[in-house]
Design a protein around this ligand. Sequence first.
Ligand SMILES: Nc1ncnc2c1ncn2[C@@H]1O[C@H](COP(=O)(O)OP(=O)(O)OP(=O)(O)O)[C@@H](O)[C@H]1O
Ligand SMILES: [Mg+2]
Length: 239
Amino acid sequence: MSTELSVTDLVTGYGKQEIVHGVSMAAREGEITCVFGPNGSGKSTVVKAIAGLLPVWRGRLQLGERELTGLPVHEVVRHGIVMMPQGGGVFPRFTVMENLRMGGYSLRDTAWVAQRIEALIDEYPSLQRRRHVAAGSLSGGEQMMVAFARALVPDPTFVLLDEPSAGLSPALVSETMARVEGLRERGVGVVMIEQNIREALPVADRLYILAGGQRKFAGTPADIHDDRHLMTLYMGGAA
Ligand SMILES: Nc1ncnc2c1ncn2[C@@H]1O[C@H](COP(=O)(O)OP(=O)(O)OP(=O)(O)O)[C@@H](O)[C@H]1O
Ligand SMILES: [Mg+2]
């Protein structure tokens, strides 16, 4: 059975401000779990807590039977959970190789990381050719390849994506979704925050909608009757 990444009654926030008021969700390996919701609904906050970037005030984070609650980022990465920041987080002044090496920075076995990078870069001939070029000189599509390849360096079981298609051209949005499906084909579990619902819904296996730091909906795309139903859920209304 595939491993489940589970969030149970998560409460967290910033400073003294509680933002997420007891959210539960679960994602599976080899599936795409989408998180939708209006601006400021707490989507990034939930995902940052899963990645170990924010403290868990109450509730639990688990990977299968393993407890993730309270682990720092590098420990979360060692458990196979990798976050791709909004916009991909590629460093434009660093070379393709330097960007890829950053994907393995928290791993102790540097020889293994070097092998992983070679194996991944072999899958992308355009990156292979330009491994020593500054990432900022690559096309938008190629920079996205760098971001996805970097996320795969630790051989993750789960990749967390915060709006991977934000600000991209329609063609690149489709390409992003194809890459996300590529992660699923590898058996990786994906947790993806998206605002491009129309593009993300067709690739989603599971779906959560947050509003006001609370879960308003949990289900599958098949549970969404039509656009109006989706909009009602999205705006935080009753199902
Ligand atoms: N670093 C921070 N310090 C204080 N408050 C923050 C911080 N980051 C986010 N917030 C607040 O937390 C709330 C939820 O933010 P969050 O980024 O999780 O929303 P989101 O659903 O990801 O929104 P968006 O769709 O705009 O990315 C917002 O009210 C926001 O202002
Ligand atoms: Mg966000």
